[in-house]
Design a binder for this molecule. Structure first.
Ligand code: ZN
Length: 744
């Protein structure tokens, strides 16, 4: 469901403070759906930034011509001027923003008074307001309305932003002040949340080389700069392979495809100047259904090959060299800090703490997953024998669908007729009302600027008091220049330390836009994803933190809040009110729901194995010495050692594993989906067992209080214990997937 991670490198480079970007690439969705894994990329972007009084005069001159620098005005505490964005202004706006930010840092470091929480940490939290705003626009260009023109700018700005970032993270005076505040706070503790802010900031600087000597610092910054370019090249190569390998079908090659797919692919072909043909683009959203339904085996093989060869075609867009360079530079960089390998360095402030803990979980599930693949292949082979076919990777989805129909009598197309986007949106609001006590009201058309006419905006209020909480932007449809998949992001996060800030959050999807008046019908899988992203949005809205830093996410925890929300899709209240047939308006029949539930563990071998193969590879490749690494060979050998079944491949093969190599957001973090899913499954069982079930008011209140509102102001393990009364166990996750429960 995702095709590429489009040029998000800049986000990673400035990985260090306030606002958060959630980019969906993969989420572990493990309940009733069919293609169980969906992909979410979460980038927490922290930007230590500042707007500076000294620069005000100059800034105002710029502002006269550059809307991107201006304060947000209008209703709801000010909103981004998305309707006035002009790409010509972005570079200069970034430059002004960075300059102001550095000037703000200067103000902190030049302060002659002794370092205190207020004059150092609070000042740092306030820093970079202008740049922060500019980067919201930059994020929209990067993810929602990209263009070759923007990509050029992005390529140019990636190393510049990296250098800028290093100037802050390696600022000796700044770090010395932070260290003093940190050490004082160890002796004389501040308030709990202040204590946590200073801890997080101190560790972040230490982790990013603030304590190195000058020579090492210089090398550290140079490595980051080089990496930023490699990350950009990596994603652009994937993008090139996605754009260059479109398969055009003729009318007699459509056998098995749905009407909707035929229409959509005809439109794409005609947009690309191939009138009368049908375009299967080299992206997950087209590869996956084509492989599931097409009766043309040779074409399935071709589409499969194109997709899984992205970044691995031995041409100018091949990523293997890039990966080897990235691995070596990462290793060299963490060695400067005294770490053996990248994984050790990266996991220290995650919930898992060490690569070994993450590996232990994955290794506990892996044997059950590959054992299940054997059973699935046997079931499929029994059908394929009639066609004289031995199951190959491009046959897996096709025969799995046949087994599904045979074994569970479940037709994905029938399910779709009950899943209308409009009704699902109402379902989101209903669930948010029940669990979070929120009300969603459409804002008057035109009152809040949007970057595309498809984007709709709602005001979020407290259902009881009417108190304003924020705005929710929904950008539902696919279009050229928008990256694929689904994701959530904020334009403004909650905080109270500098005045009460409301939340501007957005959800973004790639549903195919229907003809006027036609409903948007989506798969069960996509409906789950829709809830998933909304879970991220609710996590933003419910924030009760005072300081921006505490809005940050813990990478292997922050998918929990989104994954858990998916569970409400199959609750009776949602089914009866919102999962209604698009023609008859009748609720989904009980027997269809039963079928969906019965089929919930179906194809879990495939889903868990393709995911875990990628997650294990991500970790293993960062734990070995990369000095002479041959990436292709490493992948092959590692899969052989793991006894990877030959009938399927990694969900993301290394040469296009954007989570890991188009930035650092998900490097040695792909395991995080399963880590968070242990919590998700365990929490869902708590709801299933509660007196009021999934709408149990007390349990919902506890969930909001401990697992949503604190964001990163509380240690995740401790927060979970407060919610559940104990640590999460792996058992529920294994039950969900229909796997035996291992001992770990
Ligand atoms: Zn997510």
């Amino acid at each position: 469901m995702i095709k590429h991670i489009l040029n998000l490198n800049w986000l990673i480079l400035i990985y260090s403070t306030n606002q958060q970007y959630f980019y969906k690439i993969l989420n572990m969705n493990n309940y009733f759906n069919t293609v169980t894994l969906k992909f979410v990329l979460v980038f927490s972007v922290f930007i230590a930034i500042t707007s500076c009084n000294q620069n005000k005069g100059k800034t105002q001159d710029m502002q006269a011509t550059n809307i991107l620098l201006e304060e947000w005005t209008g209703p709801y505490g000010g909103v981004p001027a998305f309707d006035k964005m002009n790409i010509k202004n972005i570079k200069s706006a970034l430059e002004v923003g960075m300059k102001e930010n550095l000037a703000d840092i200067d103000l902190i470091t030049k302060n002659s008074k002794k370092p205190t929480f207020k004059n150092t940490i609070v000042a740092l939290e306030k820093a970079g307001k202008t740049l922060n705003r500019v980067q919201r626009y930059y994020g929209i260009w990067s993810a929602n309305v990209s263009s070759p023109e923007f990509r050029k700018i992005q390529k140019e700005m990636a190393p510049v932003l990296s250098e800028f970032r290093s100037k802050i993270s390696q600022n000796k005076e700044l770090f010395n002040r932070i260290k003093t505040v940190y050490e004082n706070a160890q002796k004389n503790p501040l308030d709990d949340d202040q204590q946590r802010v200073i801890q997080i900031i101190y560790e972040r600087f230490a982790m990013n080389g603030a304590e190195l000597d000058d020579e090492k610092k210089a090398r550290y910054a140079a490595i980051n700069k080089e990496l930023s370019t490699l990350y950009t090249n990596f994603s652009n190569n994937i993008l090139a392979d996605e754009e260059n390998y479109v398969v055009y079908l003729t009318k007699d090659e459509l056998d098995g495809l749905s009407e909707a797919m035929i229409k959509a692919t005809a439109k794409i072909a005609s947009d690309k100047g191939h009138e009368g043909k049908y375009a299967i683009t080299n992206t997950r959203s087209y590869m996956d259904p084509f492989l599931t339904y097409s009766n043309e085996r040779a074409l399935r093989e071709k589409v499969w090959n194109n997709y899984y060869s992205r970044g691995d075609n031995g041409d100018e867009f091949d990523n293997n060299e890039n990966i080897a360079k990235i691995l070596k530079l990462r290793k060299e960089r963490v060695a400067l800090l005294g770490y053996d390998n990248y994984a050790d360095w990266r996991l220290q402030n995650r919930m898992a703490k060490t690569p070994e803990n993450a590996m232990r979980l994955m290794n506990a599930v892996w044997p059950a997953a590959i054992a299940r693949v054997k059973e699935e292949v046997a079931d499929m082979q029994a059908i394929a024998n009639k066609d004289n076919i031995t199951i190959k990777p491009w046959d897996y989805r096709f025969y799995a669908e046949k087994v599904r129909k045979q074994k569970y009598d479940l037709d994905s197309d029938e399910v779709k007729q009950y899943l209308q986007l409009d009704k699902l949106t109402q379902a989101l609001f209903f669930v948010a009302g029940e669990l979070f006590n929120y009300n969603f009201i459409p804002v008057p058309e035109g009152s809040v600027p949007v970057f595309h006419p498809d984007v709709k905006v709602w005001e979020v209020t407290n259902k009881t008091t009417g108190e304003h909480i924020g705005l929710w932007y929904l950008d539902p449809f696919a279009r050229k220049g928008k990256r694929s998949g689904a994701w959530a992001t904020t334009y403004r996060s909650h905080s109270t330390f500098d005045g009460n800030k409301n939340v501007l959050a957005s959800n973004n999807s790639n549903f195919v836009k229907p003809a006027p008046g036609e409903p948007v019908l989506v798969s069960w899988d996509d409906a789950s994803t829709f809830l998933h992203e909304f879970g991220h949005a609710l996590h933003f809205f419910s924030s009760e933190v005072k300081y921006p830093t505490l809005n940050g996410g813990v990478r292997d925890y922050t998918e929990f809040q989104s994954q858990v929300l998916e569970r409400w899709l199959s609750t009776d209240k949602v089914i009866n009110q919102f999962l209604v047939h698009y023609k008859t308006g009748k609720a989904m029949p009980k027997e269809l729901i039963e079928k969906i539930k019965k089929a919930s563990t179906f194809n879990q071998g495939f889903a868990t194995t393709e995911y875990l193969a990628s997650a294990l590879m991500d970790m293993k490749i960062h734990m070995v010495d990369p000095t002479n690494i041959d990436v292709d060979a490493f992948e092959k050998e590692t899969l052989t050692e793991m006894n990877m079944p030959k009938e399927l491949v990694m969900r993301h093969r290394t040469p296009h594993f954007g989570h890991v190599f188009s930035g650092e957001g998900y490097a040695t973090a792909y395991y995080g989906y399963m880590w968070a899913d242990v919590l998700t499954a365990d929490a869902a069982e708590a709801f299933a067992e509660a007196p009021g079930g999934f709408y149990d008011k007390d349990l919902a209140a506890k969930m909001v209080k401990y697992l949503f509102a604190p964001r990163n102001s509380m240690d995740p393990a401790e927060a979970y214990r407060k919610f559940r009364g104990r640590d999460a166990k792996i058992d529920a996750l294994m039950r969900d997937r229909g796997f035996p429960i291992p001992k770990i």
